[in-house]
Design a binder for this molecule. Structure first.
Ligand code: ZN
Length: 706
């Protein structure tokens, strides 16, 4: 079920290994925070209104800002022109912020605004404290950036400027392409009614319900409107061919599902529409009616993977990847509920990525079967174990994905927290809690506390301690199985199990599996101390005890629990390379090692018992393994002219082995093998991978003693 590694590597190279939502609020806030801390101090609300920050007080109707704009975008000349009004109601100080590439003429209640302060890439106009309401008349224009050079495209799409091109235009919220009203670093929730015009052949889209859509000799015109207060807006445009169908929403409304694709993607449209329809039905049944009047899949010349309200904006190359329909698309559809339907409270932690990962990416694995789901959980735990100690942070501090560690915590640890919660309160209460949260917080900012309250009401349990430990602690439980003793009392059998964890302890429901001659018994041990002992009655003498056999707890894996994979050795700067065989073989081995390793071999001083990458002919490699008292080539790795596998010494040192028929086979492996780092083992023939796989995870198990 997992995507082809070569393809997923291509995905990573384009910056969408896992397409993400455009965290408009966060990007906007972060952009301004980074650029102009001074303006924020100016704009901070006075103490009288500090108790109710406007962003947190977003209401379903009567948003503090109402935008009414007319826009004209010409991708060929890259010129954007806009004019219209902003109506602002705010008790405290606020600021109007617009990117530096635009000129603005504005009046506030009929009087021209004073000159702006310039902070980094933004112009900032102070607005008077207390608007009830103020009316701003604005007219602005500017020339947008062109599309970046393909070769310059990197993962940092968060800081993109507004760009225009006949092949596609993208005006991200964080670029301040229209005047945004901000207070204390956050965009105030805004309702909007925006009319946009683009030249013939082009189409443009903004979040909101579509009204008055027209296409004629003058081009494409449409109005997008939303009456509830939403986050800052992105604008996309391009030479789209539209395929559209209708479906009935859970509440009876008619929904449009459409692809807005570049012509070259036309044949993919029907498959994407089918998939989108299925996802919409699935999530309506689980959560509630889809909150918009349309869902569109829009192609982008950039390697984007964004979910906006009512549409997802995915790169042309991304859309061509065969697994996107069955993975990322569902994730982006679900963001219409979590993230773009209920807004995370970024200041107190972004829960939306974890919940979306749990209900999309992970749920699809559960659909595929228990094994696939277990494999994903084990992968998450292995990733968590790989987060350097100094990089770990409490989940409550996650705002948006910035690097590998933040994704592992914000997406994967969070998904495990939702799994543990569902395991504890049961699926029914869990899903009812989701529906309650949706009904109560739709189109509002909501935090972890609001979710907790919904689940407390549905489960009748106090979940404070559960959420506190998982949100506030940066460490993970270090659970160890210490002892398993057989008990016998007359004809009755039992086992006494001892567990240990760190201080201060976590409160956990620890799944234990006891194997007996009469079958296995599973039990959950409630553990809230550093040491715990439990006695279980059994039908027959205990043979072995396994802790968390299915990897359902967020915890720090013990050495040996996660199967070794090639990447662990390939990424380690301390890895030493050992080449074996005649001169030609060793030269080929050296070339392959350079292609596989993340950094040049020998780039840091290596310890004698550190990680090793061993390459050579099969016979020489086997001799070397025997001489170093290491396990021989695993018996099931047969066939092919190259076998590669990852393993661990008895002291825990990692090593990877590449055993080849000859130098030519090593050279033939040069292209493909480096892409298979996520595997435990790979078999190749004539340069092609014929089989690959991951060793089983080995949860902590003790043989029961008398
Ligand atoms: Zn996401």
């Amino acid at each position: 079920m997992s995507p082809d590694p070569a393809a997923s590597r291509a995905g990573a190279a384009t910056g969408v290994a896992r397409p993400r939502r455009a965290a408009a609020g966060a990007r906007l806030a972060a952009g301004l925070r980074a650029a102009c801390a001074a303006a924020l101090v100016l704009a901070a609300a006075p103490p009288s209104s500090a108790a109710a920050p406007p962003a947190a007080a977003a209401a379903p109707a009567g948003a503090p800002v109402d935008l009414n704009f007319d826009l004209h975008l010409d991708p060929a000349t890259r010129r954007l022109q806009g004019h219209g009004t902003l109506s602002v109601r705010t008790a405290g100080a606020a600021a109007l912020v617009l990117g530096r590439r635009y000129t603005l003429a504005a009046t506030l209640d009929g009087r021209p605004l004073a000159a702006p302060a310039v902070h980094g890439e933004q112009q900032v106009w102070r607005l008077p404290a207390g608007c009830a309401p103020c009316r701003l008349q604005v007219e602005w224009q500017g020339v947008l950036a062109g599309l970046p050079d393909q070769s310059a495209q990197r993962e940092t799409l968060g800081d993109l400027p507004a760009m225009a091109d006949p092949q596609g235009s993208f005006l991200p919220a964080g670029s301040f392409w229209y005047p945004v009203v901000m207070t204390a670093g956050d965009a105030l929730p805004a309702s909007h009614r925006i009319r946009i015009q683009v030249p013939p052949g082009q189409r443009a889209l903004i979040a909101g319900n579509t009204q008055d859509e027209r296409e004629d000799a003058d081009g494409y015109r449409a109005t997008f409107a939303q009456s509830a207060g939403g986050e800052a807006l992105d604008l996309v445009a391009g030479p789209y061919k539209v395929s559209e169908r209708r479906m009935r929403a859970a509440d009876g409304r008619e929904l449009r599902i459409a692809t807005w694709f570049h012509a070259e993607l036309d044949t993919l449209s029907a498959g994407y529409l089918d998939a989108a329809e299925n996802y919409l039905k699935r999530y309506e049944a689980l959560i509630g009616a889809y909150p918009s009047d349309a869902f569109r899949i829009v192609s982008s010349p950039l390697p984007t993977g964004f979910g906006m309200p009512g549409y997802t904006y995915l790169g042309v190359r991304v859309l061509r990847l065969p697994f996107i329909k069955s993975t990322s698309l569902g994730h982006e559809v679900l963001h219409n509920w979590w993230g773009n339907g209920v807004y995370p409270d970024y200041a107190r932690g972004n829960w939306s990525e974890g919940l979306t990962t749990f209900m999309a990416d992970y749920a699809y694995k559960e659909d595929a079967g228990a094994e696939a789901a277990r494999e994903m959980r084990l992968g998450w735990l292995r990733d968590l174990a790989a987060v350097p100690a100094g990089d770990a942070f409490p989940l409550a501090q996650f705002t948006a994905r910035r690097h590998g560690s933040s994704q592992i915590i914000g997406y994967h640890k969070a998904a495990l927290v939702f799994l543990m919660l569902r395991d504890q309160i049961g699926r029914t209460a869990f899903e009812r809690g989701l529906r309650r949260f949706w009904q109560q917080k739709r189109f509002q900012v909501a935090g972890w506390d609001d979710m907790r309250a919904a689940w407390e009401q549905e489960s009748g349990r106090d979940l404070q301690a559960f959420f506190r430990q998982w949100l506030q602690r940066a460490d993970l439980p270090r659970l160890r199985l210490r002892a398993a003793r057989r008990l016998k009392d007359g004809t009755r059998h039992g086992v006494e199990i001892e567990l240990q964890q760190q201080t201060p302890p976590y409160a956990l429901e620890v799944p234990l599996t006891v194997v007996t001659a009469a079958g296995s018994v599973t039990a959950n041990l409630h553990m809230d101390a550093a040491q715990s002992r439990v006695r279980l009655d059994l039908p027959a003498p205990a043979q072995s005890v396994t802790l968390d056999a299915d990897f359902r707890l967020a915890r720090e894996l013990a050495p040996g629990e996660a199967p070794p994979i090639l990447r662990q050795v390939l990424l380690d700067a301390a890895t030493r390379v050992v080449t074996l065989g005649d001169a030609a073989t060793r030269a080929a081995a050296e070339r392959l090692a350079r292609a596989m390793l993340d950094q040049p071999p020998g780039s840091v001083a290596a310890a004698a018992d550190g990680p090793r990458l061993v390459l050579g002919t099969t016979a020489e490699v086997e001799q070397w393994l025997a001489a170093h008292k290491l396990a021989p080539r695993p018996a099931d790795l047969t066939g092919g002219d190259v076998a590669a596998w990852a393993a661990q010494t008895s002291t825990g040192a990692r090593y990877a082995v590449v055993a080849a028929r000859d130098a030519a086979a090593l050279d033939a492996a040069l292209r493909a093998l480096p892409h298979y780092g996520a595997q435990s083992w790979v078999l190749m023939e004539n340069g092609k991978v014929t089989r690959r796989g991951s060793w089983e995870g080995r949860p902590q198990t003790l043989q029961a003693a008398d």
